[in-house]
Design a protein around this ligand. Structure first.
Ligand SMILES: Nc1ncnc2c1ncn2[C@@H]1O[C@H](COP(=O)(O)OP(=O)(O)O)[C@@H](O)[C@H]1O
Ligand SMILES: [Mg+2]
Length: 365
């Protein structure tokens, strides 16, 4: 899995028994080569015109990097490839507009299958789109399997480049809903890079040194995306710094740390509001994704949600940075066992479907 932050590829080896996660066997974070990362971020955020030749080359190079990450993971934990039933590869999202039924994940899975000799499942999103859904988020079904509770209304929150929530009502009557709430780290990462040269605001220290500018936060929150009803999904090509500057040009005259604090506030307010409307009785918020490492963000979330226990997924047995990758291993398991992967109540698809295309490579010579 590589998310919209494109900070690198997260790989996990996990074991399922009777459809349930029983063990995390190994994990690896594999960095993109610098030049490839720079170009794929440029292409996915700025959406410049590129030639079909470069497009194909990006697809192949991303696929090769995913294959290298997989081989490194298998080698690091000394696992016999013959014991691995399948690889689930999400690929790198280069474009996503759920409302228009469009999504593009790159990273040719044929290269992963050929390099590893292991059945490889990819293209998890487009059948859901073809069934009228948003194709996203897909993690909620896994959140439900992992975090739902019979006694307590809970929400799971993924803090990647974009934030998405899954509302998990205690009783089986009310439907699970989930959607992208807007930016999580995308804008903060861009602003941190521009002002500090660092790819993200480590532990939120830069944001903590400023105070939010109310007018800026209000101007950003007035974007119609935030009040649009679910199902909805979005991408980094929408929530980019240019979007914020367009909505409030004076932000460039504010103190940089106050802008960062405002962007953190935007993330927190949009999430808190989404949780209140999706599941007002939420007693516990389980935070996943790289943003769960940001203590300042967790503190602000807890402050915005009085009465809600805010904790990371580590309290439930799986560290926040492994959740998304494990979700795509879970989806691969669902594909191999003929079980559905999407939740129509989340994506808006006409029906639940078995997701993903399977490539079965020839046995190694
Ligand atoms: N120590 C940290 N402090 C603050 N933010 C962090 C920290 N570690 C990770 N992050 C944030 O998490 C992001 C990566 O999270 P990830 O879940 O991989 O997102 P994505 O799925 O979009 O790739 C980074 O871009 C950064 O914003
Ligand atoms: Mg990532």
């Amino acid at each position: 899995m590589s998310g919209t932050s494109a900070d690198g590829i997260d790989g996990v080896i996990v074991e399922f028994r009777h459809g349930r996660l029983v063990a995390l066997v190994g994990h690896l974070h594999y960095k993109y080569p610098d030049a490839l990362r720079r170009r794929l971020i440029e292409v996915s955020i700025e959406q410049p015109a590129i030639t079909l030749g470069e497009f194909s080359s990006l697809d192949a190079r991303i696929g090769d990097t995913f294959a290298d990450a997989t081989l490194a993971l298998i080698a690091a934990f000394n696992v016999d490839p013959a014991t691995i039933d399948a690889i689930g590869s999400h690929g790198q999202t280069m474009f996503h507009d759920g409302a228009r039924g469009l999504t593009l994940q790159m990273g040719d899975p044929n290269r992963i299958a050929a390099a590893t000799g292991i059945a490889t499942i990819s293209d998890f999103r487009r059948l859901d789109l073809a069934l009228g859904g948003q194709g996203a988020p897909l993690v909620p079904a896994f959140h439900q399997a992992l975090f739902s509770d019979a006694e307590e209304d809970r929400c799971a929150l993924n803090l990647g480049g974009i934030a998405n929530i899954t509302a998990l009502p205690a009783d089986g009557q009310r439907q699970v809903i989930g959607f992208d709430t807007g930016p999580a780290n995308a804008l903060m990462d861009e602003w941190a890079l521009r002002c500090t040269g660092q790819p993200f605001d480590d532990n939120g220290a830069f944001a903590a040194g400023g105070s939010p500018d109310e007018q800026l936060v209000t101007a950003l929150l007035s974007d119609p995306y935030f009040s649009r009803p679910a199902p909805k999904s979005t991408g980094r090509d929408y929530f980019r710094l240019e979007w914020a500057v367009r909505r409030y040009p004076a932000m460039l005259t504010l103190r940089p740390q106050d802008v960062q604090a405002s962007l953190a506030q935007l993330t927190v307010c949009s999430i808190a509001e989404s949780i209140r409307s999706a599941l007002p009785g939420t007693a516990r918020l389980i935070v996943c994704g790289g943003g769960a490492r940001n203590q300042e963000l967790l503190r602000l979330l807890a402050a915005a949600l009085p009465g809600v226990v805010v904790e990371t997924s580590a309290r439930h047995g799986l560290a926040p940075e492994f959740i998304e990758a494990t979700a795509f291993a879970w989806l691969a398991m669902r594909r191999m066992t003929g079980q559905t992967g999407n939740l129509p109540s989340v994506t808006g698809a006409r029906r639940a479907a078995v997701l993903g295309s399977v490539l079965v490579p020839p046995a190694p010579a």
